[in-house]
Design a protein around this ligand. Sequence first.
Ligand code: BMA
Length: 320
Amino acid sequence: MERYTKNPIISRTQIPDIPPHLVDVTSVFNPGAVRFKDKILLILRVQNRGRETFFLMAESHDGIHFSIAKEPVRFNGIENLNKTVYHCYDARITELEGTYYIMFAMDMDEGCHIGLSRTEDFKTFEFMGITTAEDSRNGVLFPEKINGKYMRLDRPNRVAISDGPTTGNAIVLSESEDLLHWQQIKQVITGRFHYWDELIGAGPPPIKTKKGWLQIYHGVATHLSTIFIYQAGVMLLDLENPATVIGRSHQNILEPRELYELTGQVPNVVFPSGAVVEKLDSNGFAEPDSNVYIYYGAADTSVCMASVTVEQLTKWALNN
Ligand code: BMA
């Protein structure tokens, strides 16, 4: 993928002070991204020096220069959960039936779960509920129903790293009638132990193409738990039956190389979480020669952008 030459596009110094919580913040990373009217919007993950987490909206006309909101995002109704929510983070935004849905990780006493909010205008957000029974992260919603059902990929946390967190090495496809209750259908891919993607998780929401669903994902090389390197890869899933994998990149397609990816709060991390497709046809298919703008977190410290064409992503996914 081609990095924007002036990466990072958003750094901590661009986050306005919003006392009392957001003053001289520590980091901004792992954004959700979407095209909304004539703008590109991001939902930024911002961390303060108390290691508290906030979502902030950012908007741009060119996808590079963003102005950042002066109020954190509020998910109305989340307070009715009556549970301690430590952190909400890593938003993935999907437009579905004219509404914008945001899936995000929620750290709670009962583990990590995938929350769901929705908005029509990116000004008010309604918290809809928790969508997972099992500890899980990296939930992404497909932009349309398939065979009458809503579809989602997520990454259950079933792998315990010695002296580390519980994480996962399988991306799972689930279906739902109401977006809140989900039935697992199939494990779509698993990590490849000893190689670049030992632990995995879905990246931005799937991109619809005539050849299938393009799904960018992150893969972690664990080096036997000594060092974790977060990279990105891509797979192609069957349009009508996304449980079927048509192809999966053999090598990573983006890896930490630049200083802003190699050093920071968590070194050696590229974490793609947003994608904006330049050209869609009237049925919502991404055009093969269209650019895709990938928004990713670098080293859990800043927000970066890289671009690539649909054709190239497809080629990599099929090069397996
Ligand atoms: C993952 C998630 C991401 C983060 C990455 C690297 O497990 O927590 O939010 O970017 O680790 O720290």
